[in-house]
Design a protein around this ligand. Structure first.
Ligand code: ADP
Ligand code: MG
Ligand code: MG
Length: 209
């Protein structure tokens, strides 16, 4: 089994741009229900910028790609999600050493969620993107410990993120803009958890391609 290299990371970001763009209206609708309605716009702008930036570079490692993603998202996404995703990708880039095997994928996802929590101080159950990333990182670590190949590790992470995003629906938000709604935030999926699940699905698809 070969590790995931720069071409995987670039393919991930092309797929991320496509899936975010295709789900732009859905993410806007989710954020309109419990926030200010800009999450789809913010993410589409950010990943379009990432895709454009990567097209001008010839990155040699996943770490180089992830660092470019981090700086581009930080300067283009804005709102709460920009710094959170920026920190996630920056930490993942620092954790990514050369080509990624299964354990390397798990380490990068763990670093990403540590960054999100360091930045946003959200614990699981507060109806944020942490509710997608934390189960994803845990599932990735479990799969890697079982000796799974990187694509299978990412598939486990993506599936856990999808379940995690769905599980935010009944939650009452206690962090971020949705927390202003209190109990009225229940009954809607968190937009950042949903976009996180889309991004991790794109990562798995790129690894399976
Ligand atoms: P804004 O709320 O500033 O308009 P976005 O709409 O782009 O920003 O992003 C909102 C998403 O950010 C939420 O759905 C949630 O997943 C995430 N988020 C907000 N605050 C936090 C936090 N403290 N920790 C983790 N994620 C958060
Ligand atoms: Mg918003
Ligand atoms: Mg906003």
């Amino acid at each position: 089994t070969t590790g995931l290299g720069a071409s995987w990371a670039v393919d991930w970001m092309q797929r991320a741009q496509a899936v975010v763009s295709a789900n732009r209206v859905d993410l806007i609708d989710l954020d309109r229900a419990i926030g200010d309605g800009d999450h789809g716009e913010n993410m589409d702008r950010g990943f379009t910028a990432v895709s454009g930036k990567l097209a001008t570079l010839a990155p040699q490692t996943p770490a180089e790609v992830l660092k470019t993603v981090a700086t581009t998202l930080m300067s283009t996404v804005g709102g709460a999600a920009g710094p959170l995703y920026g920190t996630a990708f920056l930490r993942a880039s620092k954790a990514a050493d050369g080509e990624l095997d299964g354990a390397g994928v798990a380490a990068a996802l763990e670093a990403a969620v540590e960054g999100i929590q360091a930045r946003g101080k959200a614990e699981p159950g507060e109806k944020t993107m942490v509710d997608a990333w934390l189960p994803a990182a845990r599932a990735a670590r479990a799969a890697a410990s079982d000796g799974a190949a990187p694509a299978a590790v990412l598939r486990a992470a993506a599936d856990a993120a999808a379940s995690g995003a769905q599980a935010t629906e009944p939650m009452v938000a206690t962090k971020g803009r949705a927390s202003y709604l209190g109990q009225r935030s229940a009954g809607h999926r968190d937009p950042g958890a949903q976009s996180s699940a889309l991004l991790l699905a794109a990562a798995a698809e790129a690894a399976e391609a």
